[in-house]
Design a protein around this ligand. Sequence first.
Ligand SMILES: [Zn+2]
Length: 320
Amino acid sequence: MIFNETKSPLIRAMTRDGSARIFCTDNTAIVNKACAVHKPSNTAAAALGRILAVTSIFGVMLKNKKDLTTLRFDGDGPSGTIICTADYNGDVRGYIQNPKADVPRKPNGKLDVGSLIGRGNLSVIRDEGVKEPYIGISPIINGEIGDDITNYLLTSEQTPSVCGVGVRIRNDKDTGAAVCTASGGFILQLMPGADEATVLKLEKNAASFSSVSSMLEKGKTPEDIIATILDGIEYDLFDKVDTYYKCDCNREKFSLGIKSLGLTELTALLREETGNIDTICHFCGENYSFTHEEVENLLEELKDKYRKKLEERKKEETNQ
Ligand SMILES: [Zn+2]
């Protein structure tokens, strides 16, 4: 399911001399969907928003249309595991183990995403659907996401890169819920044989660059961010794609999930629950409600399957 209200632009550009490429996204609308689904603390919303931005960019870097990429942060901080998955179009979904977990702000007033995530491993999984998925693992440097991704790209993929991400959160004055006012990120990568003069200019621009979230909050666009980072360098803007919060869950998958409970648990569930049985997707919050009768039918299907298996086994035994 694609959530149309989450349309978020993602732009790609390349320096004219082929020295560097850059991807930049404003994923504010996507992060607000994640906030609606997970009802996170402010710091958890910022963590999720940053990882969603990077994952969308990793998505559009994929080579084949059916590929998927997953970023998984397994830190020892209170947020627990955070998992985001994107496809070739940059459409993305995210999950956080403990969305309510929070930590105090840093002395400078910023949300302390690094302490919320803690230390551990970052895994990047690239699933091309046919072979075994490719998995790259690197340590979480500081849990602030930008530095972790920069380190991953350099050490695991041997690509010198700079990753910048930022999320601004305020609280709704009535409900207190986390609301995202600006979120986005960029990944700048040097290409093999990059021109030294261009690299020097990029380093100078990167050093004076303020932050993605402050620019977006002032109404700037991903194009403006790219123009600032590539200031003084000739470049071409390539495709601008719209990315969305997207989940591949459906009723069929959830009915299979119910069946996977097995005979004993399913029988117990039907005894306890007299009304509808609700299942909720951890990634998009969609509720799939099954009537008592529907679940009874699933149980019957399961019983049939077992009966057939038993008969087959008996046949085999008598043939022996
Ligand atoms: Zn879902």
